[in-house]
Design a protein around this ligand. Sequence first.
Ligand code: PLP
Length: 395
Amino acid sequence: MLDLIYLDNNSTTRVDPIVLEKMIPFLSNAYGNPLSTQYALGRTANQALEEARNNIADILNCSPSEIIFTSGATESINMALRGIYENYQTKGNHIITAASEHKAVLSTLHYLEKKGAHVTYLPVDQNGNIDLDQLSNAITDKTILVCIMAANNETGVIHPIDMIGEVCRNKNTLFFCDATQWVGKKEIDLHNSSIDLLCFSSHKHHGPKGIGILYKRNKRRPIQIPSLIAGGLQEYNMRGGTHNIASIVGMQVALQLADGQKDKLHSIEEMRNYLEEQLTERIEHIIINGKQSLRINNTSNITFKYARGSEIILNSPKLAMSTGSACVTGTRDPSHVLKSMGLNDEDCYSTLRFSLSKWTTQQEVDSAVEILRRSVSKIREESPLWSMFKQGIID
Ligand code: PLP
């Protein structure tokens, strides 16, 4: 484990030691329940809870009352999509999303389709982008929600969320944005955006797992949705269950650290670009997917022609990287994201995602490139398809 080169930060990240340090008191002496405010131990927890809410709201530029603490993006997505569908049925049953969304969104929408929702899946082009005119034309007077992610978890491709928000606002439709791969890497200003609902998980930017938020706009046209988890009065009656106060504090600190380390973002991008340059130089016939688009700074999605991603991983035990989203690991299906961009099945299977962090060093990237070069060349040597490709018999 010690020698592992970790290039799978879109799956999850290592908790920053500063975050951990701030969490520990709430797992030991300061163990109070934030709603038990009759005594000091509870009040200490309550103060930490509200401080975290205020500080997170400051960073996102929204009101503290617009933040609901959840167990992470998946729960927030379920709360938002199911909630909007349930409460806005008098307007209609139409929801618009993109074919390249995360499974948490697509599976929730498939569930809603069984309940009667009509869902439009906007196609993406070969660079992973949606067409804004197509989005605008797809919105009807029955459309209750547009659901588009900020940055794709597999390719890093960024959608123009401000422009999407404007289209939605002009057409009087709500906009939900899955910002799980965006928050902590890019700025977000909810007050000045047209995003109505937004979610993320803390563990994607060096915070703890199992904690995240749903932002739900309360100002101007307040959004009403039912709670997903019935129980106590926590989170404005929106999410029952005793607060995970240590993780909430950890989420706040992780976000503050990310906010204060914006200079690191540029160096992560330089390292990502360096990885891509080195791989392009040293391994023939690779394709960087989404490279023509704006991408999140840490992500690289690469097809190694005729070298299966799963085999590269087997041959490279020192590297942690992924064949796609961690949520669908174990399925044999090719990535729906890459398929939506027009890749054939063989190329989908020959693709790996690399996602860097603020701790990825040039030495690690150099070693990773050399390991990948050896693995890919070994796999290709044994591949009849590769030799047919080299002879020009297949593409
Ligand atoms: N949305 C996106 C874009 C993601 O990348 C992920 C996790 O990979 C999720 C949603 C789900 O996050 P979580 O598993 O923390 O609920």
